[in-house]
Design a protein around this ligand. Structure first.
Ligand SMILES: *[C@@H]1O[C@H](CO)[C@@H](O)[C@H](O)[C@H]1NC(C)=O
Ligand SMILES: *[C@@H]1O[C@H](CO)[C@@H](O)[C@H](O)[C@H]1NC(C)=O
Ligand SMILES: *[C@@H]1O[C@H](CO)[C@@H](O)[C@H](O)[C@H]1NC(C)=O
Ligand SMILES: *[C@@H]1O[C@H](CO)[C@@H](O)[C@H](O)[C@H]1NC(C)=O
Ligand SMILES: *[C@@H]1O[C@H](CO)[C@@H](O)[C@H](O)[C@H]1NC(C)=O
Ligand SMILES: *[C@@H]1O[C@H](CO)[C@@H](O)[C@H](O)[C@H]1NC(C)=O
Ligand SMILES: *[C@@H]1O[C@H](CO)[C@@H](O)[C@H](O)[C@H]1NC(C)=O
Ligand SMILES: *[C@@H]1O[C@H](CO)[C@@H](O)[C@H](O)[C@H]1NC(C)=O
Ligand SMILES: *[C@@H]1O[C@H](CO)[C@@H](O)[C@H](O)[C@H]1NC(C)=O
Ligand SMILES: *[C@@H]1O[C@H](CO)[C@@H](O)[C@H](O)[C@H]1NC(C)=O
Length: 380
């Protein structure tokens, strides 16, 4: 008996494992490439609408054409090194080189450090909220000049940092001595960074021979006083935003190549740039750009635990309902009273209890009566 129940438990456990594995596999598959297309370049996942060959990326003026060679994935036919692509956040993580302005002890400029860096990320845009323009140096000022997507408008910002020694420099803080940062607006596509020195690092050369400037993902650069002597990073991560084309949802819907035509996929317009984006309807998850990419979320799955049912969760396409057990009724959700016993069952219980009580009373009185009679008889 014990052995049989143990065996049953084991079988159930294995069944649950297999089911769980299938759910995980489905979730992973949902974030990937078009069927039959290579979904990886090196370690980097390349999800649709991005792709590595014709018919594998969305046909949108080469925006999503990723080239893959020995040195990893590159975007938009340019030397833009891709580290990560996110479908849900509509972000692309790339590496951006550091502009540097370095001098010899004599005050002469080291020729290969031109102090200039130019980058064109179109049709992507540089995320304002996820990046920061950062300048490191003690005799340094730098500009970030950019052209945005809106009317090709020009923008310029910058900051300066001067210090005469390493005293008062603070590790981890880029708002004190030796490091400064500046904000820039959303939508920039074409940027130029220039680093200059006030005085060729004269008198500062022994602790700070270079100035550096770069756009870096927030949280991915911690200033260290050691960087004034030598910044080891040649490239730093930067976050780009992407969208489809340059039209609104209404305009794009009329076109045959509208990207959000798939099942349970909806169109929305980003606040920070032109073009439109697809996302899965509420209750669905996955890649909204693939025909069956948006898959139902099983809210009843105990591993997710997003449902509010007190008992009896039932998964439905795009949602779930709560079911009360037999003889119970109500909303079924924890925060709306759960389930109450039916009126009928209460009556039944009351009647049942009543009948039982009366029978017991009758029976016991009967017993006492019989006992009395027998006692009287015995006495007589
Ligand atoms: C994708 O971009 C690369 C680099 O610019 C180019 O050589 C290739 O022809 C493009 N692929 C297609 C299918 O156009
Ligand atoms: C890529 O981005 C996704 C979503 O933002 C994140 O979950 C994942 O950890 C990232 N992968 C790498 C290698 O950075
Ligand atoms: C700084 O260097 C530049 C270029 O090497 C040179 O023309 C200039 O005279 C130098 N200025 C000072 C103050 O040393
Ligand atoms: C922005 O700058 C570029 C290059 O300097 C120039 O060609 C363009 O006309 C400028 N755009 C506007 C709107 O001023
Ligand atoms: C900052 O940290 C580095 C090591 O990461 C250390 O060598 C240096 O002395 C520290 N500077 C200050 C001012 O604490
Ligand atoms: C920067 O410092 C914070 C807090 O000390 C740490 O959590 C983070 O991982 C550091 N980032 C890098 C890129 O070193
Ligand atoms: C691609 O470019 C052509 C001409 O440059 C333009 O007419 C078309 O609208 C563009 N397509 C998208 C999806 O932006
Ligand atoms: C979209 O881009 C195409 C070319 O890439 C251009 O001709 C068209 O004017 C743009 N439309 C809008 C609304 O910016
Ligand atoms: C479940 O209840 C919590 C608090 O009672 C609420 O914050 C949450 O939105 C509810 N979730 C759903 C799916 O109704
Ligand atoms: C429970 O009540 C909430 C709030 O009135 C409602 O949104 C929800 O649909 C109800 N659920 C069921 C299963 O009736």
């Amino acid at each position: 008996m014990g052995l049989v129940s143990k065996l049953l438990q084991l079988i159930t456990f294995i069944g649950v494992l297999i089911l769980f594995g299938m759910v995980v596999a489905a979730a992973v598959a949902a974030a990937q490439a078009r069927p039959g297309c290579n979904h990886k370049c090196g370690d980097v996942e390349i999800p649709f609408p991005f792709g590595l060959s014709k018919d594998c990326y969305l046909n949108d003026n080469q925006s999503f054409n990723i080239t893959c060679d020995g040195s990893g994935p590159k975007a938009a036919g340019r030397n833009l090194i891709v580290k990560n692509i996110s479908i849900e956040a509509h972000e692309m993580h790339v590496l951006k080189n550091v502009a540097q302005d370095c001098y010899l002890e004599s005050g002469a400029l080291i020729p290969e450090s031109t102090g200039n860096s130019h980058l064109d990320v179109a049709p992507f845009t540089i995320s304002k909220t996820r990046n920061q323009f950062t300048v490191v140096g003690c005799d340094t000022y730098a500009f970030l000049r950019g052209r945005g997507y809106q009317n090709g408008e020009n923008f310029s910002t910058g900051c300066a940092s001067e210090c005469s020694s390493l005293r008062n420099t603070l590790n981890g803080s880029c708002s004190a001595v030796g490091c400064c940062k500046a904000q820039f607006p959303d939508g920039l596509q074409n940027i130029e960074i220039q680093v200059h020195s006030f005085n060729n690092h004269t008198g500062k050369w022994n602790f700070n021979p270079c100035g550096y400037a770069f756009v870096v993902e927030k949280g991915k650069f911690n200033f260290s006083t050691n960087y004034l002597k030598n910044l080891p990073h040649k490239m730093l991560p930067m976050v780009l935003d992407w969208a489809i084309g340059n039209e609104t949802c209404e305009e794009a819907k009329k076109k045959p190549n509208f990207a959000c035509r798939n099942k349970n996929s909806i169109c929305h317009v980003p606040e920070t740039r032109s073009g439109y984006r697809c996302k899965c309807e509420p209750g669905y998850q996955g890649n909204p750009y693939l025909p069956d990419g948006c898959q139902d979320i099983d809210e009843c799955d105990d591993a997710i635990r997003t449902h509010n049912c007190s008992t009896g969760c039932v998964n439905t396409p795009g949602g779930y309902t709560c079911r009360c057990p037999k003889w119970y009724h109500g909303n079924g959700t924890k925060d709306h009273g759960g389930c109450d016993a039916d009126f009928v069952i209460i009556i039944r219980i009351v009647i049942g209890a009543g009948v039982g009580f009366i029978s017991l009373l009758v029976l016991s009185s009967c017993f006492s009566f019989v006992f009395l009679c027998v006692s009287v008889l015995f006495l007589v």
